[in-house]
Ligand binder design. Structure first.
Ligand code: NAD
Length: 387
């Protein structure tokens, strides 16, 4: 049996590839990537705080530490229909974990070219997978991590069930409306709709894991050795909130809160998201499944305060500083999404926020110089000048 994982060089992809390798020692685990994330981060002038090893060295190191020889890597651009279709026809994967995407909202908002490339990359890659599974008459489970950002911030509770609607005296249950906030997030709305349609028209087995913002460094496998580490981005474009604030804290740079800092989102640690994805692979859920995947919600200000507290506990003192919000978003709003279905998969978190943040800050401190040298990348130029 074969499991295919797309985006295996990425932040989540590499630890998930190792998790699958360890969990399914008798299966072939194929990872694909075109290393485009490495190029995108270089394009904005930044780098991963934690140095990441070339893919062949990562795989050799995995072999050495876990005494397993079941990981395979294929360099591949998922936008290319014939290479995707050849791979899927030859390997007939029982499950595909689809992570490959351009995942940054600010990067997708740079200009027309970045917006269009993001949508073409993300939507085309997913369509190629859907169509190849269907064309080859496979019963493959297709698991994609979309994003909680698909929903935006509606003034009602967010559910991953169908939404009961009553309008002009008639009732129905409909997919929850999408109100995404960037071209990237809209690419995931399109993916989510295409996944639902693939289920409706082809009966495809789909799990849409609608992910909150992921944070952290360590997973059970990656913490074994530096050569197994995953990337950790901290720049304005690719650093997600917790991770960027953690890097700012280590660099002694103020934690920059956009506007009032009331923007509230769902969050989940890297280890927890890998665990949920692992459970989704194990569950082999037939049909269409949408699962909100986050552990807790917090405002930007609350996240900054938590990092500040964890920093203080280990002797790092940073101030909080409000800067003009570079994004068009509500700074005060209602936010109440549900996440029960994630627990129905059997998920239990061992996570403790403050102690985990302390571990992140300690791990990052080792790479302080790599962060400090790029500290002008925490904010876009226009905001740096206002600091
Ligand atoms: N990190 C988060 O906070 C977060 C939150 C919500 C959803 N997600 C989603 O989870 C998935 C994984 O996110 P991540 O943070 O690991 O991102 P990442 O950028 O680190 O990983 C994605 C990988 O896909 C590869 N890739 C992109 N386009 C490709 C293509 N056309 N062909 C082959 N490879 C390609 C990249 O090189 C990269 O290694 C993404 O779909 C993202 O949208 C992430």
């Amino acid at each position: 049996m074969t499991i295919l994982l797309t985006g295996c060089d990425g932040y989540q992809g590499w630890p998930m590839l190792m998790r699958l390798g360890v969990k399914y020692p008798d299966e072939k685990i194929i990872g694909v990537d075109n290393f485009t994330r490495r190029h995108w981060v270089a394009e904005v002038g930044s780098w991963s705080a934690i140095p990441i090893y070339p893919m062949d060295e990562r795989i050799e190191s995995f072999k050495e530490f876990f005494k397993l020889n079941n990981l395979e890597f294929r360099y591949m651009d998922l936008r290319n229909w014939s290479v995707v279709d050849n791979l899927i026809r030859e390997e007939e994967p029982r499950t595909i974990v689809h992570y490959a995407a351009q995942p940054s909202a600010p990067y997708s908002m740079i200009d027309a070219e970045h917006a269009i490339d993001t949508q073409m990359n993300n939507v085309k890659s997913t369509l190629n997978l859907i169509h190849s599974i269907n064309k080859n008459n496979l019963d493959t489970f297709l698991i994609e991590t979309t994003t909680m950002g698909v929903y935006g911030t509606p003034n009602i509770d967010i559910t991953d069930e169908l939404l009961p609607v009553e309008f002009r005296g008639r009732k129905d249950t409909l997919p929850f409306p999408a109100q995404a906030g960037s071209w990237y997030h809209w690419s995931k709305v399109h993916d989510a709709n295409n996944l639902l349609f693939a289920y409706r028209v082809y009966g495809m087995n789909v799990i849409d894991l609608r992910l909150g913002i992921v944070h952290g460094i360590r997973t059970e496998e990656s913490e074994r050795d530096k050569s197994l580490a995953t990337r950790f981005d901290f720049d304005f474009w690719f650093g997600t909130l917790f991770n960027r604030f953690a890097a700012q804290c280590v660099a002694g740079f103020p934690l920059t809160i956009y506007g009032e800092g009331g923007q509230t989102r769902g969050y989940i640690s890297l280890e927890d998201t890998i665990r949920v994805t692992e459970l989704a692979v194990e569950a082999e859920k037939k049909g269409y499944n949408l699962i909100n995947t986050f552990l807790e919600t917090a405002s930007v200000k609350m996240v900054a305060e938590k990092i500040q507290e964890a920093g203080k506990n280990i002797g790092l003192n940073v101030e909080l500083k409000s800067v003009p919000n570079p994004r068009k978003e509500a700074e005060k709003h209602y936010y109440n999404p549900s996440n029960e279905k994630m627990f129905n998969l059997g998920f239990k978190s061992k996570y403790d926020l403050i102690s985990s943040l302390e571990v992140v800050l300690k791990d990052l401190s080792e790479y302080k110089e790599r962060i400090v040298v790029k500290k002008d990348k925490f904010l876009p130029k226009v905001l740096r000048e206002k600091l």
